[in-house]
Write a protein that binds this ligand. Structure first.
Ligand code: FES
Length: 352
């Protein structure tokens, strides 16, 4: 459900990114309490009245119990991106934006242990919330951040990350790799790919002792990092990932299965069920949205996981899935925005 929130701060981070802070009224404090790693779906209506939704990760630390949450998101300009252009060029303190409660399952709740993240570009955003919350709340926890960017000037949250280094010199390790600029650390410039990570990681930290790896950024970086970790013997269960910016052309779509001519979908949402015919070519989310405008979604691209539903009966084909972990798909969860009916009858439950 969307709530209108007032913008209380807009801070320019780089030439092409801003951090936007929302004021949370006291009655919505619990609604907007987040777990580090979660994101917010923002909504606005374009000039033609069409609805634009985008998800942005929360960068602020999670507020301890009893304290008011600070809700700050990082937004980087995407070429031709309607929402990010609006955020960078127009959004100002005092404006109101419709904001959905925090969502997502790319999470690190504070606990003792050793954690590491490999991020590229704006992938730092949720990881900043994870690292700052963890280090402040868990004296026994350690965090290693490996970040990759084009140049120092294009790097988001430079000050915030430097501040973590100052505050937690013994428990926070930072490695920055710039792809288009020489740097002083002694590390050569260039892209952070699978081969480079496979050599770099064992020199940085005891790979096998890391309790959780968090990979976030563009598809190529996340896939390369996962392969490097698997090659170093890291268990799949310790690797968590969130992908930003999936280009339509680059996404490996699952091969089309035959879709039955007259499929029907039954869906339960907020305790109410309905049954509708599925129109040719549409996703099951679109089927639901025709009758239930409250169906949850944000990206419609298989990335954010907002449209997750439990498949009660029938079979579906998912075009792509960058949001659900294999345990979730094994347990029967699907992304409604990517699902097409394979059997004549399909039932989804959005409440589970
Ligand atoms: S709406 Fe984002 S994954 Fe379906």
């Amino acid at each position: 459900m969307f709530h209108p929130l007032r913008v209380s701060d807009v801070e320019r981070l780089t030439d092409d990114s801003v951090a936007v802070t929302f004021a949370v009224p006291p009655e919505l404090r619990e609604t907007f309490r987040h777990v580090p790693g979660q994101h917010l779906a923002l909504r606005r209506h374009g000039v033609g009245g069409e609805e634009i939704r985008r998800t942005y990760s929360i960068c602020s630390p999670a507020a301890p119990e009893g304290e008011a949450p600070v809700l700050r998101v990082g937004i980087r300009l995407v070429d031709g991106g309607e929402f990010s252009t609006y955020a960078l060029k127009e959004l100002a303190v005092g404006d109101t934006v419709e904001v959905m409660e925090p969502m997502g399952r790319f999470l690190l709740a504070p606990r003792p242990g050793r954690f590491a993240a490999i991020v590229g570009g704006s992938g730092i955003t949720p990881v900043l919330s994870m690292a700052s919350t963890l280090l402040a709340r868990e004296p026994q926890a350690r965090f290693c951040l490996i970040r990759s960017d084009r140049t120092a000037a294009s790097t988001m949250f430079l000050d915030e990350v430097a501040d973590l280094k100052d505050r937690f010199p013994d428990r926070f390790q930072l490695v920055t790799v710039l792809s288009r600029e020489e740097q002083q650390s002694g590390l050569p410039s260039g892209r952070l790919d699978q081969e480079r990570l496979a050599g770099l990681l064992p020199a940085l930290l005891p790979v096998g002792e890391v309790d959780g790896w968090f990979l976030c950024g563009p598809l190529g970086l996340v896939v390369g990092a996962e392969r490097a970790l698997r090659g170093l013997g890291v268990d799949r269960g310790r690797i968590h990932q969130e992908i930003f910016h999936v280009d339509d052309g680059s996404a490996p779509a699952v091969r089309a299965a035959a879709v039955p001519a007259h499929a029907t979908l039954t869906a339960t949402l907020d305790g109410r069920s309905g049954t509708w015919p599925v129109q040719e070519g549409e996703s099951l989310l679109e089927t639901v949205l025709r009758s239930r405008s409250d169906a949850p979604y944000a990206c419609k691209g298989g990335v954010c996981g907002t449209c997750r539903a439990f498949l009660v009966t029938g079979e579906v084909r998912m075009d792509r899935n960058y949001a659900l972990e294999s345990e979730e798909t094994d347990a029967g969860y699907v992304l409604a925005c990517q699902s097409h009916a394979v059997t004549p009858e399909v039932e989804l439950d959005f409440d589970r």
